[in-house]
Design a protein around this ligand. Structure first.
Ligand code: SF4
Length: 375
């Protein structure tokens, strides 16, 4: 029996049958009640005085074919991210950045590439080499590369990938208001492909995109009903970027962030809940409340792919002030082995998977595209 007097579907205390109504009721509890409950769950499953510091590297920036309304890397919008910066980083650059992040206290490096999906070929081979290199430096390595097939997931697993990030972003209903170039089902399929390997799953979302509370709750339903639940759940507050369709979005209030983190902690008790984009808009007191509510990871470094983020030294001072210990790599899951390319069981198949291209258009996103063409 779990903490909620219900029938758990797992023996480990996690429930996979949360409903929208239950999650909304948790989110709307009086704040002190919510904080107390979330902190109690957090203490049961995690060290409440430790936080993981991850470093995000954009290995290929901008020029993306997708129309995600929040993203300055979409080639459709006129933003400060220039396509001429779209070359991939080299393996030696990634190694140097990893060593820097490690010496600053990070235990995980997350590499992001602005791709719709992974294509077999030299760029993917280069990513695999980056994964091998980082794993051999005894750092957790995560990738966010867009949609991947099962074979590609197996190849990443063999290279020593620790986690694959693929956010659901929002609810299935609201997804259609944010992105029209792929479907929610595609997202779930990639997560399923990753689940067939020993790679851990990192999947969360963004608040502040104009979604209703019901959408936030439904996103948490979608994540918490995955079995197993994602090992890692990033909660982002939208950072509106000039030139994107969401440039005028209202800032997310700290209370919404605290409530979202606390609710995620309660419904996914074993996951690492990651305080991700939007921290520059939060005070250190606000972030401390998020840690109390169950957040146990932050991204450090002055950029989160392309948006601003607090300086790593400032973060370290904050964690020190709060008496928070920085987690070491592989505290929650063992380090995967790295198989060298020559010994790989899985080879490039040159597959051409049929990921969905929904036919609907989002008028707001189309309008931004027209503005760009008209310039
Ligand atoms: S969020 Fe990812 S897939 Fe969407 S436009 Fe940005 S880089 Fe492309």
């Amino acid at each position: 029996m779990c903490d909620h007097n219900c029938q758990c579907s797992n023996n480990d205390g996690t429930r996979h049958n949360w409903t929208t109504e239950e999650i909304i009721a948790i989110y709307n509890k009086p704040l002190m009640e919510l904080l107390y409950e979330a902190a109690t769950v957090h203490r049961k499953y995690h060290d409440p005085n430790s936080v993981q510091v991850s470093s995000l590297l954009s290995i290929k920036t901008g020029g993306c074919s997708e129309d995600c309304a929040y993203c300055p890397q979409s080639a459709r919008y006129e933003t400060e991210v220039k396509i001429e910066n779209a070359d991939m980083m080299s393996v030696s650059q990634v190694k140097a950045q990893t060593l820097r992040a490690k010496s600053a206290g990070a235990s995980r490096v997350c590499m992001g590439a602005a791709w719709r999906n992974v294509k077999d070929g030299p760029e993917f081979e280069q990513v695999l080499e980056m994964v091998r290199t980082i794993n051999k430096l005894d750092m957790e390595v995560c990738c966010t590369l867009g949609m991947i097939t099962e074979n590609q997931a197996q190849r990443l697993a063999e290279a020593g990938l620790y986690a694959y990030n693929h956010n659901l972003d929002t609810s299935e209903d609201y997804y259609k208001e944010i992105i029209s170039t792929r479907s929610y089902q595609d997202r779930l399929q990639t997560i399923e492909n990753v689940r067939k390997t020993n790679i851990t799953v990192c999947s969360g979302g963004i608040i502040g995109m104009g979604e209703a509370l019901e959408d936030r709750a439904n996103m948490l339903v979608a994540l918490s009903t995955l079995n197993p639940q994602p090992e890692s759940v990033p909660i982002n507050a939208l950072v509106p970027v000039e030139g994107t369709p969401l440039e005028d979005a209202e800032p997310v209030a700290i209370w919404e962030m605290v409530r979202m983190v606390a609710t995620a902690r309660i419904v996914m008790p074993r996951s690492q809940v990651r305080l991700s984009a939007g921290r520059t808009q939060m005070s250190q007191e606000g972030q401390a409340l998020c840690f109390f509510a169950g957040a146990n990871s932050i991204f450090a470094g002055d950029k989160l792919l392309t948006t601003p983020n607090p300086d790593i030294n400032e973060d370290m001072r904050m964690l020190n002030e709060l008496g928070i210990r920085i987690q070491k790599p592989f505290e929650t899951h063992p380090q995967p082995a790295t198989v060298e390319a020559a010994d790989s069981q899985y080879h490039s198949l040159g597959e051409n998977p049929k990921w969905t291209r929904p036919t609907h258009k989002i008028e707001r996103n189309e309008e931004k595209k027209r503005v760009k063409v008209g310039k």
